[in-house]
Design a protein around this ligand. Structure first.
Ligand code: DAH
Length: 335
C-alpha cells in the first residue's frame, strides 16, 4: 500500500507540474481525485485494510490528497497569470509603479504660514473678488480721480469702471462697509498688474491686514508687524520702518528687513543696501473711515499689505519670480 500510494503521489505531482493548460489540469483532477480517481479509491479501500494498518494508511492518503490539492491550486494561479500576461503584455508579478504624489505650491505654503501667524494673533481671514470696481480698488481708498497715485499701479481694465484688482486693499473698504469696529482682518488673494520682469509677474499674491478699534496706535502696528516678521523669518531679524506714501494711510511706512541673504553686508539681492523692502503699512487715513461711515474722532486703525511671492523668494532663496509660474515639476517638487 505504502509504495503504491507514494508512486501515485509522485506521478500526480509530476503531471500537475507538466500540465500546459487548465483543461489538462481538469483531466488530472478527474484522474486522481474524481469519483473513480486513484487517490479517491485509496480512501475507499481503507476499510478493507486490517484495522491496525488503517490509521497510518488513512493519514498517508490524507497527506497525498493535501499535497495534490495545493500543487493543483498553485498551478492554476500560475497558468492564469500566464494567460493574463499573454493577453495584455503586462507582467502582473512585477512591482507596481507608485503614483506620483502632489505637493503644495510654494506660494500656497507661504500664504498659509502668513495666515496662521496672524490667526494666532486673533485676526480673522476674509477673501474678496478679483474682478473689482474702480470704487473699491481706488475711490473708497482715497485715491482721487485723475490722481497720479493711480498710476503707481498699472491696472488691467475690464471696462471703464471694472478692473482686475491691483491690490488686496479694496477688502479694507468692503469689510468696513459691512462691519463696525473692533475689526481684525487678514485678506490673502491674487492681484493683477500690467508688469513683467524677473521680480514681477502680471498676476501675483498679496496678504492685506487691517486692525480697527478705538485707541489703535502706530505702536500697535509696530508690535504686530515686528512679531510677524520674527515668526516668518528669524527671531533675530532686524527691521526698520521707513516713511512712505500711500493714499489710504497717514502716516505711511514701508517696512524693511535686514537682508536675509548677506545679513546686511550688501549683496546683489539687496542692491548693496543691506536692507530689503518687505511690506507697506500705515495708519488708516481718516478719508477711508469717512467712506465707511466711521467716527474719525474715536476710531483709529492700521493696515498693511505684503507680496507673498517676494516673501517666499527670500525664504527659499529664489532669484527669479517667474519660476513660480512655469510649472516645472523639478522646481515645484522641492518644497
Ligand atoms: N496696497 C499696497 C500695494 O499694493 C500695499 C499696502 C500699503 C497695503 C500700505 C496697505 C498699506 O494696507 O497700509 O502697493
Amino acid at each position: 500500500m505504502n509504495k503504491a500510494i507514494e508512486d501515485i503521489q509522485k506521478e500526480s505531482l509530476e503531471e500537475i507540474d507538466n500540465a500546459k493548460d487548465l483543461k489538462e489540469l481538469d483531466s488530472i483532477t478527474v484522474k486522481y481525485t474524481g469519483k473513480k480517481g486513484f487517490i479517491t479509491s485509496f480512501s475507499k479501500n481503507l476499510s478493507n485494510l486490517p484495522s491496525e494498518e488503517r490509521p497510518a494508511a488513512g493519514k498517508k492518503v490524507n497527506e497525498v490528497r493535501t499535497a495534490f490539492e495545493s500543487a493543483l491550486a498553485e498551478k492554476i494561479v500560475s497558468i492564469k497569470r500566464e494567460i493574463e500576461e499573454a493577453d495584455t503584455g503586462i507582467d502582473v508579478s512585477l512591482p507596481g509603479v507608485r503614483p506620483a504624489q502632489g505637493a503644495l505650491h510654494p506660494v500656497t505654503i507661504i500664504t498659509r504660514e502668513i495666515c496662521s501667524i496672524f490667526s494666532s494673533m486673533g485676526f480673522n481671514i476674509a477673501e474678496g473678488p478679483e474682478v473689482e470696481t474702480d470704487y473699491y480698488n481706488f475711490e473708497a481708498l482715497n485715491f482721487p480721480h485723475n490722481h497720479p497715485a493711480r498710476e503707481m499701479q498699472d491696472t488691467y481694465y475690464v471696462s471703464e469702471n471694472i478692473l482686475l484688482r491691483t491690490h488686496t486693499s479694496p477688502m479694507q473698504a468692503r469689510v468696513m462697509e459691512k462691519e463696525k469696529p473692533p475689526l481684525k482682518y487678514i485678506v490673502p488673494g491674487k492681484v493683477y498688474r500690467c508688469d513683467s520682469d524677473i521680480t514681477h509677474t502680471p498676476m501675483f499674491h498679496q496678504v492685506e491686514g487691517l486692525m480697527v478699534d478705538e485707541n489703535i496706535s502706530f505702536g500697535d502696528l509696530k508690535g504686530v508687524l515686528t512679531s510677524f516678521i520674527h515668526q516668518i523669518f528669524d527671531e533675530d531679524t532686524s527691521l526698520r520702518f521707513r516713511p512712505s506714501f500711500f493714499p489710504f494711510t497717514e502716516p505711511s511706512a514701508e517696512v524693511d528687513i535686514r537682508c536675509v541673504i548677506c545679513r546686511g553686508k550688501g549683496c546683489r539681492v539687496c542692491s548693496q543696501t543691506g536692507w530689503l523692502e518687505i511690506l507697506g503699512s500705515g495708519m488708516v487715513h481718516p478719508g477711508v473711515f469717512e467712506y465707511a461711515g466711521y467716527d474719525t474722532e474715536v476710531i483709529t486703525g492700521f493696515a498693511f499689505g505684503m507680496g507673498v511671492e517676494r516673501i517666499a523668494m527670500l525664504k527659499y532663496g529664489i532669484d527669479d519670480i517667474r519660476k513660480y509660474y512655469e510649472n516645472d515639476i523639478r522646481f515645484l517638487g522641492q518644497f
